[in-house]
Design a protein around this ligand. Structure first.
Ligand SMILES: Nc1ncnc2c1ncn2[C@@H]1O[C@H](COP(=O)(O)OP(=O)(O)OP(=O)(O)O)[C@@H](O)[C@H]1O
Ligand SMILES: [Mg+2]
Length: 465
C-alpha cells in the first residue's frame, strides 16, 4: 500500500528537476500533488530520474523537451484524461511507454487504453513493489524497441546492395524510384527475371520515410492460395482447421514499413479481390478476426506483362490500376550492355573478396564474350557467372576458359567494321579505330578501353594528340 504523504506547505508547482540518475526516466502525471510526491520518492529511491506533472498539458511539455522512456499517468484526471494524454503523447513521442493508474471501477477503460497502445496499467491502491516492477518492465520494453530499430537500420545499411550501372536506361529507372520513394504511393516494378526488381524495391524502401520500419517481402508465387491468404492477412486462433494459434500476417508485420508483393502476376482471382479491398479501404481483415488498419507502403513486382494479363482477363483491371500508381521498368541487361563492364568489375570485387583471393583482371577476349552474350537471366545470371569464375579461375586473370560454354561461345554481335587502305599511317588507324569503338560503346571510354585492350588513360592521351 502506498503511503500518501501529507501535502507539504508551499509544495512547488513547477516540475522539480530530476535528481537521480539511472538511464531510465519516468514522468509521473497525477492531479493529486501528494500522490506525485510519494511516487517521486519511490522512484528516486530506485535511482530513476523522475519528472512530475499535475496535468496532461504540463506532461506533454516535459515529454517534448526530455527523453522520457516511461509515463506513469493517472487515468482519471480533470480535463484531459490519461487516455487522451496517451493519444497525444504517442504523436509527440511515439516510443514512450505509458502505464496507467486506475481506480476501482475503471479497469475496463484501462484495458481499452491498452488497445490504444498503453503498455500496462496498475490498480489503485498502488503497491510499491508492483509499481516499480511495472515501470521497469515498461522501460525495458522501450529499450528493446529502440535497440531493435537501430539494429534494423544497421542491417538495412549492410543488406542494401549497391545498384551498379551508369547507362541512361538504368539512370532513368533510378530517377523515378528516387522521386517515388518518399511518397506513400504504391509502386509497381516491372521487368524480366533477374533485372533487379527486388533491389529496386529495397532501394525505394531505404529512401522512404519508412526506412526504419520493416521491409517485408512476400513471394505470391511460392505459396498456394489457401496459405497465401492467411500469410498475408493473418488469422485468429481456430479461424480454420489447423489454426491452433493466432498468427500475425505480413500486413501486420510490415506495419510502419514496406510490404513487397513479389510475383504479383501470380495472384489467384480470390486473393486479387481481397488485396483490392485492402488497397481501396486501407484495412485488412485477419481470417476470423477484426479489421485492422493497413499501415504499410506497398511495392509490387512482376516479370509478367501485367497489362497483357489484364487484357487476357487473368488479372483484375481495377487492381492493376491501384497497383500501377507509379511504374518503373527495370531494363534487361542486353538493353544496357554498357553497364556490363561496371557490373563485372563490381561482382569481381565482391566475389574475389568473399573467396579470399586477389582481384582477378579480365582478359579482353573474355570481356568481349561477356559483352556479346545475350544474358537471358540478366544481372542474376551475370552475377552467377562471375561468382563461378571467382571460385574456379586458376590464374590471376579471368579468361575464356573460366566462362560457362554458353557465354564463351556467344556469337559476336556484328560490330561496325572499318576499312583502311594499305599504307594508312598507324596514327590515323589508331585514332579512327578509337573513335569508332567509342561510338560503338556510346561514348563509354572505360568500355572502349577494355575492348581495345588499352588503359582509359591511353584513350584520353591518344585523343588528346
Ligand atoms: N543494378 C544492379 N547492380 C548490382 N546488382 C544487381 C543489379 N541488378 C540486379 N542485381 C543483382 O542481381 C540479382 C537479381 O536481382 P533481383 O533479385 O533484384 O532481381 P529480380 O528482378 O527480382 O529477379 P526475379 O524476377 O527473378 O525475382 C541480385 O543478386 C541483385 O543483387
Ligand atoms: Mg525478384
Amino acid at each position: 500500500m502506498l503511503a500518501v504523504a501529507p501535502r507539504s506547505p508551499g509544495a512547488e508547482e513547477a516540475p522539480a528537476p530530476p535528481r537521480q540518475t539511472e538511464d531510465l526516466t519516468v514522468l509521473v502525471v497525477d492531479d493529486e500533488p501528494a500522490n506525485l510526491e510519494s511516487l517521486r520518492k519511490i522512484f528516486e529511491r530506485e535511482q530513476l530520474r523522475v519528472f512530475t506533472a499535475e496535468n496532461a498539458k504540463a506532461a506533454l511539455e516535459i515529454a517534448r523537451h526530455h527523453r522520457v522512456q516511461v509515463v506513469l499517468s493517472d487515468l482519471m484526471m480533470p480535463g484531459t484524461s490519461g487516455v487522451d494524454l496517451l493519444r497525444v503523447l504517442k504523436e509527440v513521442s511515439p516510443d514512450t511507454e505509458v502505464v496507467l493508474m486506475t481506480a476501482y471501477g475503471t479497469v475496463e477503460t484501462a484495458v481499452g487504453a491498452m488497445r490504444e497502445g498503453a503498455y500496462d496499467f496498475v490498480e489503485k491502491p498502488l503497491r510499491r513493489m508492483q509499481i516499480v516492477k511495472t515501470v521497469r518492465k515498461a522501460g525495458e520494453r522501450f529499450r528493446l524497441v529502440a535497440e531493435n530499430r537501430s539494429l534494423r537500420r544497421e542491417l538495412l545499411l549492410l543488406t542494401t546492395r549497391e545498384i551498379v550501372g551508369q547507362s541512361p536506361a538504368l539512370r532513368r529507372v533510378m530517377e523515378i524510384a528516387t522521386q517515388a520513394a518518399p511518397s506513400l504511393a504504391t509502386v509497381l516494378v516491372l521487368g524480366e527475371s533477374g533485372t533487379g526488381k527486388e533491389l529496386i524495391a529495397r532501394y525505394i524502401h531505404s529512401k522512404s520515410q519508412r526506412a526504419e520500419g520493416p521491409f517485408v517481402a512476400v513471394n505470391c508465387a511460392a505459396l498456394p492460395e489457401s496459405i497465401l491468404e492467411a500469410e498475408l492477412f493473418g488469422h485468429e486462433r481456430g479461424a480454420f482447421t489447423g489454426a491452433a494459434q493466432r498468427r500475425e500476417g505480413r500486413f501486420a508485420r510490415a506495419r510502419g514499413g514496406t510490404l513487397f508483393l513479389d510475383e504479383i502476376g501470380e495472384l489467384s482471382p480470390q486473393v486479387q479481390v481481397k488485396l483490392l479491398r485492402v488497397l481501396q479501404e486501407g484495412e485488412y481483415e485477419p481470417l476470423g478476426g477484426e479489421p485492422a488498419r493497413a499501415d504499410v507502403r506497398i511495392v509490387a513486382a512482376t516479370n509478367r506483362d501485367l497489362a497483357a494479363e489484364v487484357e487476357a482477363g487473368r488479372f483484375r483491371e481495377d487492381l492493376y490500376y491501384r497497383l500501377n500508381v507509379i511504374a518503373v521498368t527495370a531494363p534487361p541487361l542486353r538493353a544496357r550492355r554498357e553497364d556490363i563492364p561496371l557490373m563485372v568489375d563490381h561482382f569481381l570485387g565482391v566475389y574475389c573478396k568473399k573467396n579470399g583471393r586477389a582481384r582477378l583482371t579480365v582478359e579482353p577476349e573474355a570481356m568481349a564474350k561477356l559483352l556479346d552474350y545475350d544474358w537471358p537471366g540478366n544481372v542474376r545470371e551475370l552475377e552467377n557467372v562471375i561468382e563461378r569464375a571467382a571460385v574456379l579461375a586458376r590464374g590471376d586473370s579471368l579468361g575464356l576458359s573460366d566462362l560457362p560454354d554458353a557465354v564463351a561461345q556467344a556469337s559476336p554481335r556484328a560490330p561496325d567494321s572499318l576499312e583502311f587502305p594499305i599504307g594508312t599511317p598507324l596514327d590515323e588507324v589508331e585514332e579512327r579505330l578509337i573513335r569508332a569503338t567509342l561510338k560503338h560503346t556510346s561514348g563509354d571510354k572505360r568500355l572502349a578501353a577494355q575492348l581495345l585492350g588499352i588503359s582509359t588513360r591511353t584513350i584520353y592521351r591518344k585523343l588528346g594528340e
